[in-house]
Design a protein around this ligand. Sequence first.
Ligand code: S3P
Ligand code: PEP
Length: 433
Amino acid sequence: MKFIIEPGGTMSGTLRVPGDKSMSHRAIMLGALATGTTRATGFLSGDDALATVAAFRDLGVSITGPDDGVVSIEGVGLHGLSAPANNLDMGNSGTSIRLLSGILAGQPFSSVLSGDVSLQQRPMGRIITPLSLMGAMITAADSGRPPLEIAGGQKLRGIHYDLPMASAQVKSCVLLAGLFAEGRTSVTEPAPTRDHTERMLRGFGYSVHTENGVISLEGGGSLRATRLDIPADISSAAFFIVGAVITAGADITLEHVGMNPTRVGVINILRLMGADIEVFNEQEVGGEPVADLRVRHSALRGIEIPVEEVPLAIDEFPVLLIAAACAEGVTTLSGAEELRVKESDRIASMAEGLTILGIRNEVREDGIVVHGGELGGGSVRTFHDHRIAMSFAIAGLRAKEPIEILDCDHVATSFPNFAALAQEAGLGLRIES
Ligand SMILES: O=C(O)C1=C[C@@H](OP(=O)(O)O)[C@@H](O)[C@H](O)C1
Ligand SMILES: C=C(OP(=O)(O)O)C(=O)O
């Protein structure tokens, strides 16, 4: 499936993008490990979150939905999962395989986790190392890549682990394994990353300490079922935020967006570039800040992106680089080598597409330099990466000629109704097979 974007579109109206992907995964995982029934609203019916649902069904957990964003999970308690009959297929989802590995490392049964072609290229050594230090037995097929074989019946012990990279997935994996470990498990991070695991564990009544940058918990406690209201995903909202900022006359309102301080890098960076983003109706829902956003067209200027914002906007760089292409002057991204190990090498994928559209850029090992300029049309590849596809769709708002975006099927991993919502907002998007 491909997208064709015709020039002359806009971004206007009021809309709500689907539920937060990170929180949707965690809702299933913690709901399954709790005692009682957890009910979540705003759940993301995207392929990645559905892979987590399917895996927990395979582990013997009864889950109803998602139906119109509502999902109910019959928790089996910390020690109630059962052996899966088959290998667990994590599809395209790095979050599913890494977090689930932490949980499965502490089970009495063995399991095998795998995924699609993209997932099989992604590094798992980053979780195998700390889990092995805790006493887990994990073998990876090929130089630390999936499939992963996790041996059951290993006794885990709590450790302290200094994360070598800023990764919420690695942090969460270690903390989730810590639930099954004897004693205390603690981590430090080189820079703060999204803290949904910590917040949601507390929401399930599990004590997690965060003090002087050390995050810790004691193994062997229990989780109590709860109600969750999952906000709209700021990573999905980002496409509409950038779309409105770069388009003359645009004015869009996005409702109930998750505004966790560890996720708002996209807003901080765009504001530094000169974007007009109004935040209102701020409230806290189930331990997570939420707000409505009104975004209007603004003249952007190129900046050096502060490195401390990088982990707080890690999934938004593809679309932020479209904003950079539309800015006056030069934008420099550095300290972002993690982008090379996402669903595609996002530095290389964006560089190729930007070059095709006539935007000068220089690739660096840990980032990219983008020279703002006039966007032309052309045919761009997505490397089967959902965020690359949606970012170039947004570029079509400023391009002088149509943009053809190849291989857009993976958009459904995080944002199944992207095309429909974008059309509703005024983007000239057409789907072709
Ligand atoms: O914990 C999470 O839910 C996520 C963490 C990030 O990955 P890393 O931990 O690899 O940075 C992010 O890119 C991913 O989309 C979701
Ligand atoms: C990196 C992403 O997800 P994951 O790591 O879960 O595949 C993403 O959604 O941009």
